[in-house]
Design a binder for this molecule. Structure first.
Ligand code: 1HN
Length: 351
């Protein structure tokens, strides 16, 4: 004998009556909870620098760095407005500091990376050491280190901030504190960290001053660009990536930051890349040149024609194809280290 079929009405009554007890049926949501493949709510987006810059300039006219604490325009994913997120796990923003300004000292458990977009000569200070910013430099603010920024030159300086804000929020694990002084006092001359750790050598009694984060907090563009240049001369071209390197923590060979993995890549002139997808959504900053990113997601295909200083985001598991007629250099970062620690990172290179 078959059991009587539960009617839709009986189901609705069950759901309604148990709801006050904060109970809900799994079978109504199971398919969405464990989708057959990643189904990111994020969408691809492109911020052209020529369109963003006037608003950065206006921000500079209506609020000081000091009053704002950090004068940043957040790059929000169009599908996640109001969440201060560029992907579900990553935060990105463009920060402006004008001549004479200081962004006061504070610290937080969120890790930050800076990628310098425009202007030379502002500084960031981390844990008692300053580093001077140049376009293309990749700079780290490790978790829970005091940091402040300042501009003692004559030109505005703009950089991309990449943080793990949404991840730390997800874990409800964030702490923050303001410094007693606007600018922290300096305990080491500029270049100390790089001198100790930046030459494929390390102190004999080498410690890890920032724990799981790299002891080098500035990776100058001059060096990274030269590495790509040499690679282009002597290594085979990768059909998907062009010439692509990941920044490393020299003490471990692994990621420079526990939550974020930055990359730098060069697409030579005439590059016509193949498509690939990966579970780590990526934020790109165009350093030099121009090109095209074609992103194929569940809702269709988007094509971004990018130029130097533009930014774009590629959501998890959407297929990206890069092309460049004139050649270009791209910086990017993702949450790959976290996915790798969890054993869930996956990428697929399409033929
Ligand atoms: C932060 O501390 C900085 O130090 C930039 O420059 C952006 C976004 C959210 C929270 C903290 C900075 C930030 C931030």
């Amino acid at each position: 004998m078959d059991a009587p079929l539960p009617s839709a009405t009986a189901r609705q009554a069950l759901y309604r009556e148990m709801s006050p007890l904060n109970l809900t049926p799994l079978w109504e949501v199971l398919h969405a909870l464990v989708p057959p493949q990643p189904a990111s709510p994020c969408v691809p987006a492109h911020w052209k620098y020529e369109e963003v810059r006037p608003y950065l300039k206006r921000a500079g006219e209506i609020i000081t760095a000091e009053e704002a604490v950090r004068r940043v325009l957040i790059l929000e994913n169009p599908a996640l407005r109001g969440q201060s997120a560029v992907t579900q796990s990553l935060y990105a923003g463009l920060q402006l500091i004008l001549p004479g300004e200081v962004a006061p000292s504070h610290r937080h458990t969120q890790s930050a990376l800076r990628f310098i977009v425009e202007g030379t000569g502002a500084y960031t200070a981390v844990d008692g050491e300053r580093t001077t910013m140049h376009p293309g430099d990749f700079i780290i603010t490790p978790s829970w280190t005091w940091h402040d920024h300042g501009n003692e030159v004559e030109e505005p300086v703009v950089w991309l901030d990449g943080l793990d804000i949404p991840m730390i929020r997800f874990f409800d694990a964030g702490f923050a504190e303001n410094g007693a002084a606007r600018s922290q006092s300096l305990t080491r001359p500029e270049g100390s960290s790089f001198a100790r750790y930046g030459h494929n050598m390390a102190p004999v009694r080498g410690d890890a001053p920032f724990g799981a984060t790299s002891p080098i907090f500035s990776y100058p563009y001059e060096r990274s660009r030269e590495a790509l240049h040499q690679l282009e001369r002597c290594a085979p071209l990768d059909a998907w990536d062009g010439y692509k390197l990941r920044y490393i923590n020299p003490l471990t060979g692994g990621t420079p930051m526990p939550t974020l993995q930055p990359f730098l890549q060069r697409l030579p002139a005439g590059f016509d890349g193949q498509g690939w997808r990966q579970t780590d959504g990526a934020v790109y900053s165009v350093v030099e040149g121009a090109g095209t990113a074609t992103i194929e997601g569940p809702k269709g295909t988007l094509r971004f024609d990018f130029q130097a200083r533009d930014h774009f985001v590629v959501p998890s598991w959407q297929t990206l194809r890069l092309q460049s007629t004139a050649g270009c250099v791209l910086f990017s970062f993702t949450d790959r280290p976290v996915q790798q620690a969890l054993g869930i990172h996956k990428e697929e290179r399409l033929a």
